[in-house]
Design a binder for this molecule. Sequence first.
Ligand code: PSU
Ligand code: MN
Length: 303
Amino acid sequence: MNKYLSISQEVQQALEQGKPVVALESTIISHGMPYPQNVETALRVEQTIRDNGAVPATIAIIGGMLKAGCTPQEIEYLGRKGQDVTKASRRDLPVLIARGEDGATTVTTTMIIAAMAGINVFATGGIGGVHRGAETTMDISADLEELAQTPVMVICAGAKSILDLGLTLEYLETKGVPVIGFGTDELPAFYTRHSGFKVDYRIDTPQELAAAFRAQRDMGLAGGMLVTNPIPEQYSMPADVINTAIDKAIDEANRKGIHGKQTTPFLLAKVKELTGGESLDANIQLVLNNARLAALTATELAR
Ligand code: PSU
Ligand code: MN
């Protein structure tokens, strides 16, 4: 075990006893939602995981330690600091750790730390992917490479159309990452249930998700699995409202020359601003929905 990993007592005990554990990311707390809704949501997500029989492990970097299992105080700290916390992807780990700094973990780093701790299911909202215009900017999220190499099942609500969803699927295909639709043949697009793109496989039960993940492990295949779980119908947003906001946000990002790791947080904040509270509500509901499915799937895997 590496000396930088710090697993909370509760998570450690659950892992030793073979109980289900679900990892959660912290960039969604610091960069994904405003304070105090970010902290409220993070705590509600943890409660939802408990209500469905699993132990939550919110993952973050605090004082140079890779944390698997944050306390409510640590969640409050990250939520309050917001964008002042370093958004930490794979390339950020060496220097942050050497300096003893804090970092909010993206899908990439949450997968890395979950795998180090022995956690195999991770629930979040949306993942990063191939950005629109990536043919020239080469802006492709490290999340896709991580899915290709780290053995964690990531349960999300698809990807936002701030990304090029078609190219994101192509990239995942090249990298050998299975893309599963939970109860759907179609890739969900985060705020909406429909994208027009097909997933590789439709799976309807946590049992079958667990079986597919187990088969991947048993064969010794590298990499994880992407489960896309559509936002519940009653919380989904009208496609035209959300797409208009996304187009405007991308326009503004281009005009302002936003690039690199700022792109995703900028677009997310802009979309939120343009759609008011409605998109925040939808965001919260879809994360809770993913937490539920992750807890049920982790429970199946722990059998
Ligand atoms: N997409 C969302 N919400 C998010 C993110 C992406 O809809 O909160 C965050 C996740 O932490 C994801 C990261 O891993 O942004 C991807 O950033 P980038 O595109 O810079 O790789
Ligand atoms: Mn990027």
